[in-house]
Design a protein around this ligand. Structure first.
Ligand code: ZN
Length: 506
């Protein structure tokens, strides 16, 4: 049986490429955290150069000849004489190679540069809440993404080509029924919640909470989750995110609003979930697909599992609420655990996706997916976005934002060229509940552990079942290995109906 040892000429080259990409990630992280505004244009060029170098190396004739030696180009598979890790490594490298090979180098460099510039234009447009300021960049990026879909190729919809970048194997045909099922039960559930006699007051979360103390509490929860600060950092950024340069250096960010306790708190837990995945990848495989996360849907499942299934559960706050009370004694005086638990789970249609409750969150995603699919399929134009957005908000959530900053300009994704990314949020939500239910079955004391603040058994379970495998299996295969079936909306819908049924006495 042939093993990874034989693949050394290939893995050495992959390692070089990964190091270039990691260097680019450091520059991106810096761009979002500490870079002075004046550095923007130069940074766009630096990033574009590194992206170009990495791409050039990946599609080099040398790489092609190495892969052709071991892979059947017709099937993209290696022969049975290889052991399983080698077969997976070859399959996934072939996937990356053949996708990259379809994109000309000049196109990759141009896309990277335009996206960096568009991101900067978006920041200004959002600050001023003026969509018109973002429109020229958006048109450029959209045009390039349509071109990219043509280069990559697709069967049914050009949107499939982009979707596959983030969630290998996912298609419009697979997602549409999933979204339809979700909508069919989420919309009536929202109506029942809104008609309930129970009203939840969350004004307690919007008093003044000291900036430093909020950050300290966020750090405390991250430590309890097992996020390793010897191999990580917590910094501030306009939008919370996680990035990894290596399993030994995984960065998370958050933001703090003094009048909004949940924002810093839940973004720390959310990004911590992402961070645990990246810290849990097998460092021996750094550089190869076996050392990378399997898909963005899986990545998001980790953050949503921690943020929602754990962080918004009553069990979690049994342990952490007394600590929070101790941190903010004046603000939380006289507020019971149950009142706090209800406040952090209040359902209300709102403008901002990242602050949405668990029930309305996926409605925010659906409207974005519909709009971006229409843009990529040429059924809508960039200049129509604000109107499309506001109509959809009204249709799904019954509200209309007063300004674009709270509407169409709120997300960074389109400026980054990340069309096809949004569906991974919903997939993440569905997977999160599937994994959490499975963990409950396999760790019988999980509830008690969480209530006692012992979160390490869950982290360990996730590491063993998901993190350490990297891209050894396809996303669907890995989901089946962990839970026995592929992605399904059923466990998620049951979980929400149960949770809000209790909270709102439905
Ligand atoms: Zn996330």
């Amino acid at each position: 049986m042939k093993t990874l040892k034989t693949l050394e000429p290939l893995t050495t080259r992959l390692l070089e490429i990964r190091r270039i990409q990691s260097a680019a990630s450091v520059l991106s992280w810096d761009q979002e955290t500490y870079m002075p505004a004046g550095g923007g244009a130069a940074r766009a060029e630096q990033l574009a150069t590194l992206e170009g170098l990495a791409h050039e190396r990946l599609v080099s004739p040398h790489m092609e000849s190495l892969l052709n030696e071991w892979i059947d180009p017709a099937t993209g598979q290696a022969a049975d004489s290889w052991d399983e890790p080698s077969r997976s490594l070859l399959r996934e490298t072939w996937r990356d190679f053949s996708r990259a090979k379809k994109l000309p180098s000049h196109f990759v460099i141009r896309l990277s540069r335009e996206c960096s510039l568009a991101q900067q234009a978006w920041v200004t447009a959002r600050t001023e809440s003026r969509f018109a300021k973002f429109l020229p960049s958006l048109k450029t990026v959209l045009g390039l993404k349509c071109e990219e879909a043509q280069y990559l190729g697709y069967k049914d919809s050009p949107y499939d080509a982009l979707l596959d970048t983030y969630e290998p194997g996912a298609t419009v045909a697979q997602l549409t029924p999933l979204f339809t099922q979700l909508r069919a039960r989420l919309v009536p559930l929202l109506k029942r919640v809104q008609a309930s006699e129970v009203t939840i007051d969350d004004s307690c979360l919007h008093q003044t909470f000291d900036h430093t103390k909020q950050l300290e509490f966020g750090r405390l929860v991250l430590v309890a989750m097992g996020y390793d600060f010897e191999r990580g950092r917590l910094d501030l950024s306009a939008h919370p995110f996680t990035t990894s340069f290596h399993p030994t250096d995984v960065r998370v960010t958050t933001r703090v609003f003094e009048k909004d306790l949940p924002s810093c708190l839940f973004s720390c837990i959310h990004e911590g979930g992402h961070g645990l995945y990246d810290q849990g990848l097998d460092a021996r495989y750094y550089g190869s697909p076996l050392g990378e996360s399997v898909s963005l849907g899986f990545h998001e499942s980790q953050s949503r599992l921690w943020e929602n299934c754990v962080g918004r559960s009553r069990a979690f706050w049994q342990c952490f609420y007394p600590i929070l009370e101790h941190t903010f004694p004046e603000q939380l005086a006289g507020l019971s655990l149950d009142q706090f638990y209800a406040a952090i789970n209040r359902v209300t249609p709102s403008f901002i996706r990242v602050e949405a409750d668990e029930l309305t969150y996926n409605l925010h995603i659906m409207l974005r997916v519909e709009i971006e699919q229409a843009l990529i399929e040429g059924r809508a134009r960039a200049e129509d976005l604000p109107a499309l957005w506001n109509d959809s908000m009204q249709a799904y959530l019954g509200i209309t934002p007063e300004q674009d900053a709270d509407g169409v300009l709120q997300d960074v994704h389109w400026s980054m060229g990340a069309f096809g990314y949004f569906p991974t949020y919903t997939l993440g939500n569905l997977y999160a509940v599937q994994f959490f239910e499975q963990a409950k079955q396999e760790i019988p004391q999980l509830e008690e552990n969480i209530a006692a603040g012992q979160l390490i058994p869950l982290r360990h379970w996730l590491e063993q079942k998901i993190h350490r495998w990297g891209r050894m299996f396809t996303p669907d295969h890995l989901a089946r290995r962990v839970t026995g079936h592929g992605v399904s909306p059923e466990p998620f819908l049951r979980y929400l109906e149960m949770k809000y049924g209790n909270l709102y006495r439905l």
